[in-house]
Design a protein around this ligand. Structure first.
Ligand SMILES: C[S@@+](CC[C@H](N)C(=O)[O-])C[C@H]1O[C@@H](n2cnc3c(N)ncnc32)[C@H](O)[C@@H]1O
Length: 288
């Protein structure tokens, strides 16, 4: 599989963005220009349908009404796509926690992707969010959230805010999420987005998440959404006894293993492997 991915990367290098996360299938995701063309066609069909509906009514509709109906139709399409995403990509692969499934149904993923990717927001893949980073595949977000076993009073730490989507999903299930992003522009835009969307229990900070957030520790759970070469010791220290960290660990040039790191009540650590994944690397900030 490694050879196949290397070949794929080489073949597509410089032409298409090649995604860096592998789902359960272990397949790399590639964006093809024809996907874009397909979306343009769908977009045109939608516009045509709206135009036909307007022509069939008695006289021209006021622009405000046309916008409102196009908007609500789009919202309904997104909701339907989200429902299908939960059923076909997440439940079908064995995520069963009803609270996690409901959170995935509620959080509008299309609000967390750049405008040019909105039509693909509910597809079974990670998507680019700029600055060479990605929003994770929906299934991986759901799986990591379920593995964390979140409780309503929990305070969580997330490393790798990215778009803010994973934090928003987790925030549906716990009392507070502290999220660290190493790229200041992404930290800023995620914080603004979360505020605009009314998510008030996520706190975003720019910095090197390898070091955790000692002032807010200990945490009831930690989600690391970038691939690490090893399990960061500061993060283990910031876990409460009995709490879990979900983290992809392994060779950053190929793929990692999603691991559950559990700090037992006595302080010992138990590690369990879940599935192979491929994340963008957990970087280090030289100044920190
Ligand atoms: C796969 S993306 C995360 C997706 C994100 N959770 C979301 O829902 O959109 C990984 C993110 O981790 C960030 N990152 C990498 N190393 C980091 C570090 N040491 N500390 C904090 N963030 C880091 C990257 O900049 C990137 O935004």
């Amino acid at each position: 599989m490694r050879d196949a991915i290397t070949r794929l990367n080489a073949a597509l290098e410089g032409r298409y963005p090649v995604e860096r996360e592998l789902g359960e299938s272990g397949m790399a995701t590639v964006y093809r220009p024809d996907d874009q063309r397909h979306e343009c066609k769908v977009g045109r069909k939608l516009l045509l349908a709206v135009a036909v509906a307007l022509n069939a009514s008695c006289g021209p509709a006021p622009p405000a009404q046309a916008n409102a109906s196009t908007l609500s139709r789009q919202q309904m399409d997104f909701e339907r796509a989200r429902h299908q995403m939960v059923e076909e990509q997440i439940e079908a692969r064995g995520v069963t926690d009803p609270r996690v499934l409901e959170a995935m149904q509620r959080v509008p993923r299309h609000e967390y992707v750049p405008a040019e990717y909105q039509a693909r927001a509910y597809s079974d893949r990670p998507l680019p969010i700029g600055l060479d980073q990605t929003i994770s595949q929906p299934y991986i977000v759901a799986l990591m959230t379920e593995l964390l076993q979140p409780e309503p009073d929990d305070r969580l730490l997330e490393i790798g805010t990215g778009s803010g989507y994973q934090a928003a999903v987790a925030a549906e299930l716990v009392s507070e999420v502290y999220s660290i992003e190493i790229i200041p522009e992404l930290a800023r835009s995620a914080a603004e987005r979360l505020e605009r969307l009314g998510v008030s229990n996520v706190f975003v900070r720019a910095g090197d998440g390898y070091l955790g957030w000692p002032e807010q520790s200990p945490f009831d759970g930690i989600l690391v959404t970038a691939g690490a070469e090893h399990i960061p010791e500061p993060l283990v220290e910031q876990l409460k006894p009995g709490a879990r960290m979900i983290i992809p660990v392994g060779d950053l040039s190929s793929f990692q293993i999603l691991k559950v790191v559990e700090k037992l009540p006595g302080g010992e650590v138990e590690i369990r492997d879940i599935i192979p994944v491929r994340f963008v690397p957990l970087r280090r900030n030289e100044q920190d």
